[in-house]
Design a protein around this ligand. Structure first.
Ligand SMILES: Nc1ncnc2c1ncn2[C@@H]1O[C@H](COP(=O)(O)OP(=O)(O)O)[C@@H](O)[C@H]1O
Ligand SMILES: [Mg+2]
Length: 312
């Protein structure tokens, strides 16, 4: 069961006119994991998802979901998956409960199963306190939770979430992450997109880093960090002229050094002795230094030379 592949994309490309939005993308998503497509705006994440759930046709390449070729039999696939789009699709004049009922009937659920499922989802996504208010009066966080509840109505084996937490406040994001974990713990496979490094790192079992329509690497977050960088980072403010004085010829196994403007990041196994050596060379100057764990933002920077948030 655990070795079952739920989504298999093989050399998938999508061209819009002269623009190659997705470029020979290959992926394998095993059953029961939370899999993240991590990349900045315009990387091709939404287009990739749309091809996986069968509303956009690849220009070339093949996609199998549950072992079924999506181009050949999209209906057989769609009944087994749930999708939450980047933009919520809700009936604004109706309450969360009514939205859920409408969607349940669309999935051909009848009483008493319909009410049972609606109540389960109102509880699961903590929508009870506002279950009877019209959707247009609800906060962004409530609307997002309702959109996710709708995509769970048919008890999908694969749940697809396009930027589930973009624009939400931290407490709502944490609550949603916990719901996603509940789903994968009970065997649902989750495929999500995000441009948030922390979301990819804390929520996803595996991540494909996407830039310019290409998968530039793929793996478990910790493994990606170990492969490209090292567990610890020392971050300091230092001009290119100061760099050889502070960091030249250090007797330490540095894995990598990256610069963004005046900021230099040094990746290594153990940061403490490096900090001591820099302090020693930097006599009198109480330079700000930050020691932190290396993260997927660093990996993205190491692989592409730009930051996820758009070159800042
Ligand atoms: N329907 C479309 N027509 C033309 N270009 C598109 C269309 N959809 C997406 N694109 C382009 O494809 C690229 C990838 O877009 P998208 O998949 O939405 O990226 P992401 O979701 O990672 O932000 C972008 O340059 C976007 O402008
Ligand atoms: Mg998108």
């Amino acid at each position: 069961m655990t070795s079952e592949i739920i989504v298999e994309a093989a050399a998938v490309s999508k061209r819009f006119g002269t623009r190659l939005a997705v470029d020979h993308l290959s992926l394998e998503i095993p059953a029961g994991v939370c899999f993240g497509l991590l990349g900045p705006n315009g990387a091709g994440k939404t287009t990739t998802l749309r091809m996986i759930y069968g509303v956009t046709r690849p220009s070339s390449g093949t996609i199998r979901v549950f072992g079924i070729d999506i181009a050949r039999d999209p209906r057989a696939v769609r009944s087994r998956l749930g999708v939450t789009l980047q933009q919520n699709v809700l009936i604004e004049a109706l309450s969360p409960e009514e939205n859920l009922r409408v969607f349940g009937r669309y999935h051909l659920l009848r009483e008493p199963e319909l009410s049972r499922r609606v109540n389960q989802l109102l509880d699961f996504l903590e929508l009870r306190s506002h279950e009877r208010l019209p959707v247009r009066q609800l906060s962004g966080g409530f609307q997002r939770r309702l959109a996710i509840a709708l995509s769970l109505m048919n008890q999908p084996e694969l749940l697809i979430l396009d930027e589930p937490t973009t624009g939400l406040d931290p407490a709502v994001r944490l609550a949603l992450w916990s719901r996603v974990r509940d789903l994968t713990a009970t065997g649902t496979t989750v495929l999500l997109t995000t441009h948030y490094m922390d979301e990819a790192q804390r929520l996803c079992d595996r991540v494909a880093i996407i830039s310019g329509g290409k998968v530039i690497d793929e793996g478990a977050p910790a493994a990606l960090i170990a492969t490209h960088l090292a567990p610890e980072t020392v971050e300091l403010d230092c001009t290119p002229e100061e760099e050889p004085i502070l960091l030249g010829g250090l007797a330490l196994p540095l894995r990598r050094r990256l610069r963004v403007g005046r900021r230099v990041m040094i990746y290594l196994q153990d940061a403490s002795s490096l900090v001591e050596q820099i302090r020693h060379r930097d006599q009198g100057d109480r330079r700000e230094m930050v020691i932190r764990p290396a993260n997927l933002e660093d990996v993205f920077l190491a692989l592409t030379g730009t930051s996820l948030e758009g070159g800042q």
